[in-house]
Design a protein around this ligand. Structure first.
Ligand code: UD1
Ligand code: MG
Length: 439
């Protein structure tokens, strides 16, 4: 047998998040914790992914489907409902109906967004190396082991069992090697709710829960190999249980994203004040200046300049060498190559042609109180400072809109015309008056 089934536990409520939203759907860097976890899981090229849901089941399932569909892997998903939730071991019992016949079963949590694909892979490698019936589990040596299950080893240093915080003796609580809750089990011995190790689980502990951790002890007691794999970068193991922990994890994830862009040749002057979400594409040599927020999915071509103090929201696309400067917000809009919006503007639901200049303080009024409307500005146009373009609107190539003009909706402007005033009217059809600097 070969292959891996991955089980993601995501049934918990996350009481300490103080939120109605299911815990695993809280976002960091524009993506849910569950999304990050599924990405790492896909790195294993699993045969199946079994998602255990409970609280907020429908929303959690929908998010998983969306993430996997985006990766072209929707077919891998099986969803099982765990209701009531009687512990992590019970969660795996419930999942057992969907485990299939892959050689091994990796179990991880939906609230460990920082765990890397490489770490999951090293866990699987260790399990495979130990042979068919073995178990591998991720552990870490931490400064403060409080709350974690402790790894009990024999005098020879071999794995013996895991003891939960609440069940541990005073001496056991001194152990600083902890269980991270991520396992690679051999499929065969696991069995299901009627036979095998899963059927042998008991809830005779302080919490009256079925512990997944007991599976490791059961395997060991049966003489099978259980190998702890010690995670080097403890940061990866951070489970998110509160908004404070979410904020900490967000920062770690943010650094990873920024580092990747820096490696790719994006000039980020001050990473500590630059926020770039997941799934942002930035071309080589683009410059991102401080205090800038770039949301998920934004695309920025090579040589573009962004910031300082710019806010690029979803659906923003910047062409080569385009500039978005101070206090400018862009949403669902495209700026063509060399287009500029350097100061104090809002560009929403608009397409701006190449080399067009959007003057300081220009607003695209895209919302009429009921619906959003689109605007188009052609190439080589000039929108004067403080203009308001009421959408829907279409301003053709080479047109000039005077400073302070209010272009009312669906204005009939022809290419190259000059419109001024409030409401804006045609001023001339001719070439723009010669002007010097236009930014
Ligand atoms: C678990 C481990 C502990 C380990 C710690 C690492 C057990 C018994 N203990 O403890 O050794 O140090 O993780 O973080 O496993 N869940 C379900 N269904 C349930 C219970 C939990 O899906 O019935 C999910 C939760 O949503 C969560 C995860 O499993 O994502 C862990 O559950 P939690 O109760 O937080 O386990 P810990 O007590 O932290
Ligand atoms: Mg618990």
């Amino acid at each position: 047998m070969s292959g891996t089934t991955v089980v993601v536990l995501a049934a918990g409520k996350g009481t300490r998040m103080k939120s109605e939203q299911p815990k695993v759907l809280h976002e960091l860097c524009g993506r849910s914790m569950l999304g990050w976890v599924l990405e790492a899981v896909l790195g294993l090229e699993p045969e199946r992914i079994v998602l255990v849901v409970g609280h907020g089941a429908a929303d959690v399932e929908a998010t998983a489907r969306k993430e996997l569909a985006a990766a072209g892997c929707e077919g891998l998903l099986r969803v099982v409902l765990q209701e009531p939730q009687l512990g992590t071991g019970h969660a795996l019992q419930v999942a057992s109906a969907e485990l299939g016949d892959a050689a091994r079963v990796v179990v991880t949590y939906g609230d460990m967004p920082l765990l890397r694909a490489e770490s999951l892979a090293s866990l699987v490698t260790a399990q495979v190396a130990q042979g068919e019936d073995s178990t591998a589990l991720l552990t870490a040596v931490v400064d403060d082991p409080y709350g974690y299950g402790r790894v009990i080893r024999t005098d020879a240093g071999d794995f013996e069992r895991i003891v939960e915080q609440k069940d541990a003796s005073v001496e056991e609580r001194l152990i600083d090697e902890v269980n991270l809750g991520v396992y690679c089990f051999a499929r065969g011995p696991l069995g299901d709710t009627t036979q095998g190790d899963l059927a042998a689980l008991r809830n005779d502990n302080v919490q009256k829960e079925f512990y997944i951790t007991d599976l490791a002890g059961i395997a060991r007691a049966a003489g099978r190999t259980v190998v702890p794999v010690v995670l080097e970068d403890v940061e990866e193991a951070a489970g998110v249980n509160s908004l404070a922990q979410l904020a900490e994890a967000r920062w770690v994830m943010q650094l990873r994203i920024l580092e990747r862009h820096l490696e790719n040749g994006v000039r980020i002057e001050d990473p500590s004040t630059t926020y770039i979400d997941y799934g942002v594409e930035i071309g080589v040599g683009a410059e991102i200046l401080p205090c800038t927020v770039i949301r998920a999915g934004v695309r920025i071509a090579a040589g573009a300049h962004v910031g300082p103090f710019a806010h690029l929201r979803e659906g923003t696309v910047l062409g080569e060498g385009a500039k978005v400067g101070n206090f400018t917000e862009v949403k669902k809009s495209t700026l063509g190559a060399g287009a500029k919006a350097n100061h104090l503007s809002y560009i929403g639901d608009a397409t701006i042609g190449a080399k067009t200049n959007i003057g300081a303080g220009t607003i695209f009024a895209n919302y009429d109180g009921k619906a959003k409307h689109k605007s188009q500005v052609g190439a080589g146009a000039f929108i004067g400072s403080g203009a308001i373009v009421v959408a829907p609107n279409s301003i053709p190539d080479g047109a000039t809109i005077g400073a302070g003009a209010v272009v009312t909706r669906s204005a009939k402007i022809a290419a190259g015309e000059v419109w001024i005033g409030m409401p804006a009217r045609r001023h001339s059809s001719g070439a723009r008056p010669p002007s010097g600097e236009r930014s």
